[in-house]
Each structure stands twice: as C-alpha cells, then as structure tokens.
Write a protein that binds this ligand. Sequence first.
Ligand code: ZN
Ligand code: ZN
Ligand code: ZN
Ligand code: ZN
Length: 227
Amino acid sequence: MARAKQTKGKCDFCGQEIAKASVVKHLAACASWQAAIAKAEASKRKSEPLYHLRVQAKGQPEFWLNLEMRGSAALKELDHYLREIWLECCGHMSQFSYGGWGGEEISNSCTIGKALEFNDELTHIYDFGTESVSLVKMVGNRKGRPVTSHPITLLVRNIPPVYECKECQQPAAWLCMECVYEDGAMGTLCELHAENHPHEEYGELIPLVNSPRLGLCGYDGPAEPPY
Ligand SMILES: [Zn+2]
Ligand SMILES: [Zn+2]
Ligand SMILES: [Zn+2]
Ligand SMILES: [Zn+2]
C-alpha cells in the first residue's frame, strides 16, 4: 500500500492541528483542555492518578494517539479502546507485555497504574498471526479528577493520512485487496477509479479509514473511538 506521510494530529478538545512532537506543549496551553480539567475538578468524581499515554503503531509513524487513562482502570479497557479505534477485524487474541514477543506478559486485569510502576513502556499485540503491534508509552501523569466518566479520554489523534489513487494520483478513498494480494500493487483508488475497478475476488473495496490495520486480515473499519 502507498505509504502516506502525515505527522500532524488534531486536538480532540479545541480542534487545532498540532505537530506530533508538540502535543504535550499544546495541551499545557490548550484553553479547552484546561477548561475540561477545571470543570472535572469541580465535579464529584474521585481524584486519582491519571496517565497521559502516547500510543504509536509500530513501524507506521503516521498512526498515533494521545490518551489520558485513569490509573485504576485495567489494561483490558485499553485493549478494548485500541480494538475499537484501530484494530478489531475478527476477534483475534491480544496481549500486553513489556518488550513484545518474548517479553514479560502483563495480565489484562492489571491496572495501568500498576503496569507503569515497573516500566513506562508497554507493547500491545493484536492478532498473533497477522499481527498489529502498538507501543504504549507514558508521557506524563497527574493526580486529579478524570475529565469524563469513561476510563479513557482521547486527547489527540493523528489526522487521517492522505493516499494517492494508483491510477491518477488524486486523493484515494478506497483500497482494493486483490491489487494488494495478487499484484503486490498499492491498490488505493479514488472515487472515480473505484467505480469501474474490475477486481472483486476479495469482496468489496475497503474504505480508507484512519487505522494502522488497513489492508491486514480484511480489516474494514470503522476506526471510531468507542466513546
Ligand atoms: Zn487543544
Ligand atoms: Zn482478522
Ligand atoms: Zn483515480
Ligand atoms: Zn484491484
């Protein structure tokens, strides 16, 4: 598939575009995020350690997330979140560990607070066949009241990468798996060239959604956060 270059993200609170390396700096100055924190502090939610995580798709720098997670929430909540926003195709097994394959496995019932006591970086593997590997790194923490009632809050997400149509180099919206598998071609198509594309061996064309699992195991989105 065509490699797309996009290292900018969008703040989920103020909507501003931010460089990947400037997220922490942006949030410290983001009026919308700071207002959400102030509002939460005035709420009856319990105060606890909150962890700021950068999730990075291994080998695909254009796919990344910044999340805030309650220290008391179990890793299974993060597994669920990553499946919804990026990964889920057919209910494959997944695993957290320190160091990935061959590393020390961490139970899904372990809280993120406990998991990060020993190491500030975890590896998540989804699907032990056609694997998708996500690196989870703590970039900060604070004590306070969570800004939502959910275990995880989306702070910033990469802007969807722009792919080129393999026929005309215009922005693509679809992916043909037959092109990918049979021809080793990139298989990205614009609306116009998707219309009369001759391939149907591998089913319908797949929408180009914002996920590092595109093109793997028939993944077809929707790549939306669970809440
Ligand atoms: Zn912002
Ligand atoms: Zn699958
Ligand atoms: Zn085209
Ligand atoms: Zn095709």
